[in-house]
Design a protein around this ligand. Structure first.
Ligand SMILES: C[S@@+](CC[C@H](N)C(=O)[O-])C[C@H]1O[C@@H](n2cnc3c(N)ncnc32)[C@H](O)[C@@H]1O
Length: 449
């Protein structure tokens, strides 16, 4: 019988969602930071019925795919969970994760292609959202520890470029110098909750998330930003909610740029600080190019891009040959999407600000009898039954589903499986070094429907 604190020998037989899995004395044991095939001494930290969790105390047999994590915070910081694997092994892990979820959760028998690598495996993030904690004069800006709300003061996160390291250091210096009080999530007191920023095309947008109106002097921050960044904008977002949501509803522009402007894939875009934009530009472009290749828009009359964000992909796909509807709930993203349509002179595009659950059925009903094609790119929680029903009602020949959570993807594909089959499943490594994976799926309408 296994007990907490027992130290046992463990062999990693396969990968689960984040950890490896093996069997010890009839228990299924989950252990993080190992590779399949590795043997280790592990200390049991949790036991329930015939399942246990454990941490490695000593590796006895190491895999040739083991890599030396090059971040001093690896294992402690909750950001990266796969840096102990070679990049080839990370890609295999992700392909396996998607395949496992599709078969176990979705009950689907479908081939999963190899995971498409990211053009950059470090320094790829164009966005940061970092909690600010600690004490007045000793502010910590960093990442939460794994499965905890303790902060690791990661000033140099290798997932972001130098811009982020410069920004985090100068922001911590500013807080300490000006006596800005960080937020305390137990007492809900203090001022600064988060530092968020995005960096595209040498333009930086910085948002200080404040627990109530920000009353400190922002001029020293403005001055140090101006010394290090040629083109930047500064914002304050007010968030008094007692939960983990990062941004509140209200953002105030303080100085500098109001949005980022650029051009990707031949589409001019405008990007506000609160709008959604994929965090890894290289992989975003690969996914968009594949979506364009897979979606058969040749004879469509109506194209619906659901969960469209600022609409870069919508603009890549829109054409004067058919009506395009983009549905997005977040007003700031929709404002950017409308500006983008004007900048690009996009033909026959309607940007709808609303919930896909309500708006898609309306579009389907209004266009009854017309030939429709749909793309969905929902947040982690995936679709719901109403959306799946609207998709079946619209009965498009094909649907492209872009997913950032293969567990909810599997559930949704199972819900759609009486009318649609997944004929192409390709994972993309949007988030190297982490266990997260993006998946692109092409669904074709089944013959009997
Ligand atoms: C994963 S992002 C995809 C955005 C876009 N397709 C892209 O590639 O940039 C999901 C988007 O769905 C939006 N969203 C979340 N829930 C929604 C809902 N119920 N209805 C409409 N949009 C929603 C979010 O604001 C976010 O912009």
């Amino acid at each position: 019988m296994l007990r907490v604190n027992d130290v046992v020998t463990f062999t990693a037989e396969s990968y689960s969602n984040r950890e490896t899995v093996g069997t010890v004395d009839g228990y299924t044991v989950f252990v993080p930071f190992l590779l399949t095939g590795e043997r280790a001494r592990v200390r049991i930290n949790y036991v329930k019925k015939n399942v246990a969790y454990a941490d490695v105390t000593e590796i006895l047999l190491s895999s040739p795919q083991r890599a030396l994590p090059h971040c001093e915070f690896f294992g402690k910081c909750g950001g990266c969970s796969l840096s102990h694997m070679s990049y080839a092994e990370q890609l295999r892990f992700k392909q396996n994760k998607v395949a496992l979820n599709l078969s176990k959760i979705g009950g689907l028998d479908v081939d999963v292609l190899p995971c498409v690598p990211s053009p950059s495996v470090w320094g790829y993030r164009n966005k940061i959202s970092l909690p600010v904690r600690g004490k007045r004069g000793a502010v910590k800006v960093g990442m939460f520890e794994r499965d905890s709300h303790k902060i690791v003061d990661v000033r140099r996160c290798a997932l972001c470029g130098e811009w982020a390291q410069t920004l985090v250091s100068l922001f911590a210096e500013y807080c300490n110098m000006c006596g800005i009080e960080p937020y305390d999530e137990r007492s809900f007191a203090g001022c600064v909750r988060h530092l968020t920023a995005r960096y595209e095309e040498d333009q930086l947008l910085v948002t200080v998330v404040s627990n109530g109106e920000f009353t400190g002097d922002l001029r020293p921050l403005q001055q140090s930003l101006a010394r290090r960044f040629e083109r930047f904008g500064l914002f304050v977002n007010v968030n008094t909610a007692r939960n983990n949501v990062i941004l509140g509803e209200k953002s105030r522009h303080v100085c500098g740029l109001e949005y980022i402007e650029g051009e990707h894939l031949g589409v001019k875009f405008r990007l506000s600080p609160d709008s959604f934009f994929q965090v890894n530009d290289g992989v975003k472009d690969l996914i968009y190019a594949k979506a364009r290749q897979l979606l058969d828009l040749s004879s469509t009359e109506i194209f619906a891009d659901c969960f469209s964000g600022v609409g870069l992909l919508t603009n890549v796909l829109a054409s004067e040959r058919f009506e395009t509807y983009a549905i997005e709930i977040e007003p700031s993203s929709v404002a950017d999407a409308k500006a983008m349509a004007v900048l690009n002179g996009t033909p026959r595009l309607t940007n709808v600000c609303g919930d896909v659950t309500k708006e898609l059925p309306k579009i389907v009903a209004a266009n009854h009898g017309k030939k429709m094609t749909v793309l969905v790119d929902p947040p982690r929680k995936g679709l719901n039954v109403e959306i799946c029903n609207a998709l079946k009602e619209a009965s498009p020949n094909c649907i492209v589903y872009v997913s950032c959570d293969s567990a909810t993807l599997a559930r949704d594909l199972a819900t759609l499986s009486d009318a649609y089959s997944a004929v192409y499943v390709e994972p993309y490594d949007m988030f190297p070094q982490t266990d997260q994976v993006e998946t692109l799926v092409l669904l074709n309408r089944s013959e009997q429907n």
